[in-house]
Design a protein around this ligand. Structure first.
Ligand code: HPA
Length: 272
C-alpha cells in the first residue's frame, strides 16, 4: 500500500512527465457520468491511471480511471476522469493524491465536478450549481498527520475556498450558487440527515470533492466547483427513493451542459 507521500508523488510525477511533456495550466476532475468533456480535448494523450505508480485505482461504476492531457481552446489542461472516493475504502490522502501530482506538474486551477443531491428545494434535477462554499462532514481532513512543508503550510486558510473571480464569471453565465455538504457515504442520507443539513445551511449534498478542494487550496490553486444536482435529496419527495443508477443516468443527460460551462470557464481563464 502506498503512503501517498511527497516522494511517491514525485515518483508518479516523473512517470507522467515521460508521457506528458508539457505543463498543464488547468486540472479538471470529472465525477459520476460527467466524463464527456474528454471529447473536446485537442491533441489528447490518454494514460490509464492504473499504469501510474502509486496512483489510487478506481472501483466506482462509471468512473473511468483515465488521465487525459491536451488542450481546450489552446489552453493546456489535464483531465482526471474518474476520481476515487473515501467510500471505496480509500484514505483522504489517497483521494487527494492526484491533486498533489497535478499541482506538482504546475497546474494552477482546479475545476472539480460532481453529482449531488439537491437540499435546496428551488433547485431541480439536472441543474448545474456553482459551489460557493462547503461543509466538511466526512469525518476527516486530507491534511491531518505530520505536515510536509514542501506541499503546504500547517493551517491553510479556507475563507475563499472557491475562487471569487471564477464564481463571478459563472454567475454571469446564469449559474446559481450553493453550499455543498460532504458526507462520507456510500449510503445515501436519511431524511432526518437532510433536514439537519438544511438547518446547517447546505444547498447540496454529496460524497466527494471536499477533500480535493481542501488540498488544492492548501497548495495555492484557484478552485471552481460545479455540481450537477442529480436528484432531490432524501425525503424531499416522500414518495421517492434514491438510486446510484438514477444518478448516473441523470448525469449522462446533463453532461453536455456541464462541458459547455467548463469550456466557457476555460475561455475566461485564457483571457486573463
Ligand atoms: N446524496 C449524496 N450524494 C449524491 C446524491 C445524494 O442525494 N445524489 C448524487 N450524489
Amino acid at each position: 500500500m502506498p503512503n501517498y507521500d511527497y516522494d511517491e508523488a514525485l515518483d508518479a510525477l516523473e512517470n507522467i512527465r515521460k508521457f506528458i511533456p508539457f505543463t498543464p495550466k488547468t486540472a479538471i476532475v470529472t465525477g459520476s457520468g460527467l466524463g464527456d468533456i474528454a471529447a473536446v480535448i485537442e491533441e489528447g494523450i490518454t494514460l490509464n491511471a492504473k499504469d501510474i505508480p502509486n496512483w489510487p485505482g478506481s472501483t466506482a461504476p462509471s468512473h473511468a480511471g483515465k488521465i487525459i492531457a491536451g488542450k481546450i481552446h489552446g489552453r493546456p489542461v489535464i483531465l482526471l476522469q474518474g476520481r476515487v472516493h473515501c467510500y471505496e475504502g480509500y484514505s483522504m490522502k489517497a483521494v487527494t493524491f492526484p491533486v498533489r501530482v497535478v499541482r506538482m506538474m504546475g497546474a494552477q486551477e482546479y475545476i472539480a465536478t460532481n453529482a449531488s443531491g439537491a437540499i435546496n428545494t428551488s433547485y431541480s434535477p439536472g441543474e448545474v450549481i456553482a459551489l460557493k462554499d462547503h461543509i466538511n462532514l466526512m469525518g476527516g481532513n486530507p491534511l491531518s498527520g505530520p505536515n510536509d512543508d514542501r506541499w503546504n503550510e500547517r493551517f491553510p486558510d479556507m475563507s475563499r475556498a472557491y475562487d471569487p473571480e471564477m464564481l463571478e464569471f459563472l454567475a454571469g453565465l446564469g449559474l446559481r450558487q450553493g453550499v455543498y455538504a460532504a458526507m462520507n457515504g456510500p449510503s445515501f442520507e436519511t431524511p432526518a440527515e437532510i433536514r439537519m443539513l438544511a438547518i446547517m445551511g447546505a444547498d447540496l449534498v454529496g460524497m466527494s470533492t471536499v477533500p480535493e478542494v481542501i488540498t488544492a487550496n492548501a497548495m495555492g490553486m484557484r478552485v471552481a466547483g460545479l455540481s450537477c444536482a442529480a436528484n432531490m435529496a432524501a425525503g424531499i419527495d416522500p414518495e421517492k427513493t434514491l438510486s446510484g443508477q438514477e444518478v448516473i443516468e441523470v448525469m449522462k443527460k446533463f453532461s453536455r451542459r456541464l462541458s459547455e460551462i467548463i469550456i466557457a470557464l476555460i475561455d475566461k481563464l485564457n483571457q486573463e
